[in-house]
Design a protein around this ligand. Structure first.
Ligand code: BES
Ligand code: ZN
Length: 478
């Protein structure tokens, strides 16, 4: 019965793919860069107009929830609203909560893009554009599947509650409070949550994902003088802020990736033989991975070790320095105030508050040992704990069956090194299973130059999402 229904849907999706690609182009064209105040209006428009209109077109009841202003902004910057929407309210059906984000990372052609980042451009079946895979493509995939059911006059076999935001790339500011406050209201009757906002582990094998690392993002501010100084005039007698910051940076992590901060690994769970065995069946080739990244050597040699260090061990990355000279040419300046930025990916058991304290104590110790009189302050701008779900839940059975229906093969069970801050909150607020069901490929280059989504992944991804609806509906009959 549902096999015939899915054939019909798949045919419809295939027949309309050009239309969906065009629509993805419209979404990519909106510069919803949440992290850049200059684009905050566009981010708001992406959620409050584009997202809302699309959901209303599909017949959903849509509410926009305002979150006020972004803490720490001066002048105060209004946050984009969150969409809470509902489609279907049949007590005989299961209710699935779908989360996605409509904001994107920054992108400029001058960063090294081959095409305009906010103009979706298809070359050889690859659709290049900021947000194509992270996360506008997957969000539109949900819309297209629902539209397909409706155009074909087919019954959507589940109730859907949508939660879409516009601040995910900036730490999902304000969303946790909203979700928790709606725990016994909007989210009350949710049976399962599904998020499509990650990627396959490789380019060929689809997967369902049961874990994410968390993240704590840090600012280290060093001040040395009241304004920038001429290095020829004052160099040699001033304790320089950049020198102190470089010393701190250098003390954080070794070249092989091991974190040097005291006690940072104390809470990391030891590997058990059972866990060790889960890496073996996964389709992952370290040579292909190296090629995708364009690196000659990795910090770990075996497949299992590489995956473990991406998924279940913490990592520390240094991102940049505000206030330092970075333009072309030579500027002989001593910057007087610099802000170093780094983050630590957290794994289960690591508490963001405890991590902040360890980082602050360690940096204070390292800096004190230099004897520099400069002031150093360490703050955290966002923190999200790691999430690991139970892949034995029937939500995962539905996801895996859906993949099997479309690809005729088993999905790999993966975790991810990236973070989606709200994931754990959904699990806590609903008390039900959360699953990640990615549609993009490992080489999509989210956050990077030339981000893309393959046309084939977009189409097959939509087929998987439709099959997931049917699989969830089948569960209720058991
Ligand atoms: N889509 C990603 C999450 C992701 C990344 C999943 C890599 C799997 C692998 C999401 O949009 C993202 O980039 N999140 C940020 C969150 C942060 C700003 C709090 C991240 O991981 O850096
Ligand atoms: Zn992202």
């Amino acid at each position: 019965m549902s096999a015939k229904k899915l054939d019909q849907i798949n045919d419809h999706l295939t027949a309309n793919i050009d239309k969906y690609v065009k629509e993805l182009g419209n979404a990519v064209g909106i510069k919803s860069v949440s992290g850049d105040p200059q684009y905050r209006d566009e981010t708001r428009r992406m959620v409050a107009e584009y997202g809302k209109n699309e959901l209303e077109r599909l017949g959903a009841t849509v509410e926009l929830r305002e979150l006020g202003t972004e803490p720490g902004t001066n002048p105060p910057l209004q946050l984009p609203p969150v969409i809470l929407a509902q489609l279907g309210n049949d007590p005989a059906k299961k209710t699935v909560c779908i989360y996605g984000h409509l904001d994107v990372q920054p992108a400029e052609k001058s960063d090294g893009w081959n095409t305009e980042p906010f103009v979706l451009t298809e070359i050889d079946g690859k659709m290049y554009g900021r947000g194509s895979t992270d996360d506008k493509g997957p969000v539109l995939a949900w819309f297209n599947v629902i539209e397909a059911y409706q155009k074909l006059n087919l019954d959507i076999p589940i109730n859907i509650k949508f939660c879409f935001e516009g601040m995910e790339e900036s730490g999902s500011v304000g969303l946790e409070e909203l979700v928790m406050s709606e725990k016994d209201k909007f989210f009350k009757d949710v049976d399962f949550t599904c998020i499509s906002d990650n990627y396959w582990l490789g380019q060929k094998t689809p997967c369902v994902t049961y874990g994410l690392r968390g993240i704590s993002y840090f600012l280290v501010e060093v001040k040395c003088a009241k304004q920038d100084l001429h290095s020829g005039v004052h160099g040699g007698v001033v304790h320089e802020a950049m020198t102190d910051l470089c010393h701190i940076f250098n003390s954080l992590v070794s070249s092989d990736g091991s974190i040097k901060i005291d006690h940072m690994n104390d809470d990391v769970k030891p590997l058990t033989p059972e866990e060790e065995a889960t890496y073996e069946p996964i389709d992952f080739d370290t040579e292909v991975y190296k090629q995708e990244l364009g690196v000659t050597q990795l910090a770990h040699n075996s497949k299992a070790k590489v995956l473990q260090h991406r998924w279940r061990f913490p990592s520390l990355s240094i991102h940049g320095v505000e206030g330092a000279f970075y333009g072309a040419g030579a500027k002989t300046v001593i910057p007087h105030n610099v802000i170093g930025k780094f983050s630590i990916r957290l794994v289960p058991n690591m508490d963001p508050n405890k991590v902040l304290k360890l980082v602050q104590d360690y940096i204070a110790k390292v800096h004190a040992a230099t004897g520099s009189p400069n002031t150093v302050s360490v703050t955290s701008i966002h923190g999200a704990p790691a999430w690991v779900g139970d892949f034995n839940d029937v939500n995962f059975t539905a996801g895996r069956n859906a993949v099997k229906r479309v690809f005729g093969r088993e999905a790999d069970l993966t975790r991810e090194g990236g973070s989606i801050p709200i994931t754990l909150t959904f699990e806590e607020a609903t008390g039900k299973s959360v699953m990640l069901l990615p549609i993009g490929s490992s080489d999509d280059a989210a956050h990077s130059q030339n981000e893309k989504l393959n046309r084939s992944n977009f189409l097959n991804g939509m087929k998987v999402l439709a099959a997931y609806f049917e699989e969830i509906a089948n569960l209720s009959k058991k």
